[in-house]
Design a protein around this ligand. Structure first.
Ligand code: WTA
Length: 648
């Protein structure tokens, strides 16, 4: 382990940062000992309220009753905090820099322009019958209208559910059905790496699968590509905004009213609709954005995520805009038109803070230093990563090559469920260790427990749980509070179960070791193995499937699928390709299996449970480490699996 490698806080950062080590200690202590005082002060200082709250924290992780409420009697509005209140001071400041897939296209949107566009969009939603509490599905490319759409929902108290534009019509349909949105916002097509993504066509297919739910589709004209048009259902945004007023007062919204639903994979079943509410979420996103990235007025900040993921919600949109920041939104991919694109964009817009995923770093590392070194990157001051553990080699490359050894790296550990960063360095506070997410943010009480829930003290490795609530935490699973309790609070009663493993070293720094459940992390995207399995068994030739992750140089983890065919069907390379294409079509390209192995039988216990531990080891080519196979119903299947694996 590279634990001996420590990068101390530089003099420049100790001087510049909002928070130094002493301040961190004092604030952290207060946040844990006096959460009401700490968070009450932050919520008054950072948010504008329509009606002030009188209560701060009202939470219980059980056992028994589980409820999470913050600032519950306060009334506010997200758009008020992210737009309107900035107009006096920053009306002419750029809120969003948009950089198109095509490098010749970019836009700058000021807070004043944002205000007008969001207000008009909100009035369009109202004109089409959307009211406070209604759900709206957003299926968009990375264009400013995606941000306007989200903020327009927030402005009128509607709940948005953004579905990543890379998901298939089937996945989109499932998410529409689950939250029952009557209105959907999309665009004709998206653009990524010079290729068109048929978003509207996907919407048309999805809506056939779930008829009678969505009755209005608002379409943004982006590429001008040919699309099918359903009269009476489909409306062009650019025509609709002509018919509405540019004034739209914000709708007062309770602190605990839902802001959005975001579907995410778990170890079992269909994706869960993670529900985030208004005030606590915004406060937590804004505060982490300010301190973790040390955001000062005038900085240019760029998070490369897609708004279809939580990172896009919290750290492209809500956190930065609440702080009155300038946030960059990028439509394209890191390799188009050249592999220097990220750094060209950094130079073009003089980006100071750059936040991306380890998988992007690893894929760029492969092309060597030259495409990076030929750019200036002199504006960069701070780097961040998120989404998966960063291997020390990638960390060092990011630090030395991208950041010229002068930009600290914030390795931020968090989840869709947590709303914002939970374990992360702070630039003026934390000595950095490549591969470690280091220390808890304010108000976060991480613990490491063993399988039976016993809390481990000192240096230890085990399961990462969080012992108490923080304002940015998810509140429920949409439409299924019981599933919320079962998933997060049943394994270790009284604690939030993260699903991740972690190690704590002698300095108290945390090292995330990866998921301990059946979720895999492919290029920083969460994928439930159960979802891929259910897509595979929906194929007419597949009897049974078991999916596991395996180490992948660039993606972090790849998807390995064991497939048993229905009697009478023969394995073939063609069928292997068909199955990969099938999963792409059922879920989306991010779920494509990297390896499909045909298996006449799967290793099962006598009670019929598939032993994934064995499948994981075989996928990893670790045939010596299978452990005890004597409890298998038919130990001979293991020999078959190993023989076939060696042939792949
Ligand atoms: C993983 C993304 C190690 C982790 C914000 C978590 C990480 C899952 C890190 C959540 C990190 C995220 N180091 N692992 N810095 N950040 N993860 O919901 O396994 O898409 O549980 O949220 O990503 O993924 P999600």
């Amino acid at each position: 382990m590279s634990e001996s490698l420590v990068y101390p806080v530089s003099g420049e950062w100790a001087h510049r940062a909002f928070i130094d080590a002493d301040k961190y200690q004092a604030l952290y202590k207060r946040s844990i000992n006096d959460p009401d005082g700490f968070w009450g002060d932050e919520a008054r200082r950072r948010l504008d309220w329509i009606k002030p709250f009188t209560k701060v924290k009202n939470t219980s992780f059980g056992p028994g009753d589980v409820h999470i409420k913050w600032f519950e009697d306060g009334v506010t509005n997200i758009a008020l905090n992210c737009i309107d209140r900035h107009l006096d001071k920053r009306g002419d400041q750029v809120a969003i820099i948009w950089e198109g897939d095509d490098p010749s296209r970019s836009l700058k949107i000021t807070y004043r322009q944002l205000h007008e566009r969001v207000s008009r969009f909100a009035n369009v939603l109202k004109a089409h019958g959307i009211e406070k509490g209604d759900t709206v599905t957003i299926y968009m490319p990375m264009i400013p209208e995606a941000a306007y759409a989200m903020l327009a929902c927030a402005r009128i108290g509607a709940i948005h559910s953004v579905v990543f534009g890379g998901f298939s019509p089937d996945s989109l349909a499932g998410r529409i059905k689950d939250c029952g949105s009557k209105l959907l916002i999309t665009s004709d097509e998206g653009l990524r790496g010079g290729k068109r993504v048929p978003l509207k066509a996907n919407v048309d297919t999805a809506l056939e699968k779930v008829p009678f739910i969505v009755n209005k589709v608002i379409v943004v004209k982006h590429t001008g590509g040919d699309i099918h048009w359903e009269k009476g259902r489909d409306f062009w945004l650019h025509e609709e905004i002509e018919n509405v007023s540019p004034d739209c007062p914000v709708t007062p919204v309770g602190a605990e009213d839902p802001l959005f639903i975001l579907y995410t994979s778990g170890s079992t079943g269909t994706p869960k609709g993670v529900v985030h509410t208004t005030a606590g979420y915004l406060l937590y996103a804004a505060m982490t954005h300010q301190y973790v990235f040390d955001y000062h007025d005038g900085d240019i900040y760029w998070c490369t995520a897609d708004v279809g993921w939580v990172t896009g919600h919290s750290y492209i949109l809500y956190g930065p805009l609440c702080n009155g920041a300038t946030t960059l939104m990028f439509e394209g991919v890191p390799t188009y038109p050249t592999i220097s694109r990220f750094w060209d964009v950094v130079d073009k817009h003089k980006v100071n803070t750059f936040y991306t995923a380890p998988t992007a770093i690893r894929s760029l590392m492969g092309a060597g230093e030259e495409p990076v070194k030929k750019t200036s990157r002199a504006s960069l001051r701070l780097l961040g990563t998120v989404g998966e553990p960063i291997n020390p080699e990638a960390w060092e490359w990011y630090y030395k090559v991208v950041g010229d050894s002068r930009c600290p790296i914030m390795d931020t550990w968090w989840q869709t469920e947590t709303g914002g960063h939970l374990i992360t360095p702070l630039p003026g506070v934390t000595p950095l260790k490549p591969g470690s997410a280091t220390k808890p943010f304010f108000g976060i009480k991480p613990e490491i427990v063993d399988g039976s829930g016993v809390v481990q003290e000192g240096p230890a490795e085990g399961i990462l749980v969080i012992a108490d609530s923080w304002p940015g935490q998810m509140r429920t699973v949409f439409g299924d509070h019981d599933r919320f309790i079962q998933t997060y609070f049943a394994s270790f009663p009284g604690k939030y179960f993260s699903g991740d493993g972690a190690r704590r070293d002698a300095d108290g720094d945390y090292w995330i070791t990866g998921r301990v459940d059946d979720v895999i992390n492919v290029s920083g995207h969460r994928m439930g193995t159960a979802e891929v399995e259910s897509a595979l068994v929906a194929h007419e030739r597949v009897a049974e499937a078991a999916v596991v992750g395996f180490p992948h140089d660039i993606k972090g983890q790849g998807i390995f699928a064991y497939v048993t065919l229905i009697n009478g069907h023969e394995p073939s390379d063609k069928l292997r390709k068909d199955l990969v294409a099938w999963v792409r079509q059922e879920i989306g390209p991010i779920a494509s299996p990297d390896i499909v192995q045909f298996a006449p039988g799967l290793p099962k216990t006598r009670s019929g449970k598939i032993m994934r531990r064995i499948l994981r080891k075989i996928a990893e080519n670790e045939f010596q480490a299978l452990g005890d196979t004597s409890t298998l119903a038919d130990p001979a299947v293991v020999e078959d699996l190993i023989r076939e694996r060696k042939k792949l």
